[in-house]
Design a protein. Structure first.
Length: 159
């Protein structure tokens, strides 16, 4: 399957991606690039680097005026940070602090958390049966509600 961020179209892919092209999937690929960065593998489509700098290199960093409490300083400096993980499109932003550096660290932690959540397998929901007594109670409540609504209507010519 062709993913929108696929690298299958590249004639000479970068070295870390050659294993992916051979295997066809990110699942269980643990290849450290030349830099020596380690990856957490995810069950979906993209590994999360354990190193903050490596994760930051995969992101687009936008700064904006945070606004909110903090007065003129927050309204005039670009202390808000929005990180967009380019391979997956997941975004995280932080405007909690007056410092851009602390906001960048916060946004990075939030992004890492969202990426890990995205790769986590969800437990399938167990289907349960509605007990007979509960069905009976629901039907009785519906009948009572129906009678009450009928009593609201003005009487007809035959009543």
């Amino acid at each position: 399957s062709r993913h929108p961020n696929s690298i299958h179209h590249l004639r000479h892919p970068p070295a870390p991606y050659t294993v992916l092209l051979q295997r066809g999937s990110w699942n269980q690929v643990e290849r450290a690039p030349v830099v020596g960065v380690r990856f957490h593998t995810m069950s979906n489509d993209f590994p999360i680097p354990t190193d903050d700098e490596a994760l930051l290199r995969q992101c687009r960093v936008d700064t904006f005026r945070a606004g909110g409490p903090g007065g003129q300083h927050q309204n005039t400096t670009e202390s808000g940070v929005r990180l967009t993980h380019l391979p997956t499109g997941v975004t995280a932003s932080a405007r909690d602090d007056r410092s851009q550096h602390r906001n960048r660290r916060l946004a990075l932690a939030r992004l890492r958390e969202r990426l890990q959540e995205r790769g986590r397998k969800r437990k399938p929901r167990k289907r349960t049966r509605v007990p007979r007594s509960e069905k009976r109670k629901r039907l009785e409540a519906k009948r009572r509600r129906s009678k009450r609504k009928k009593l609201r209507k003005p009487p007809g010519p035959l009543d």
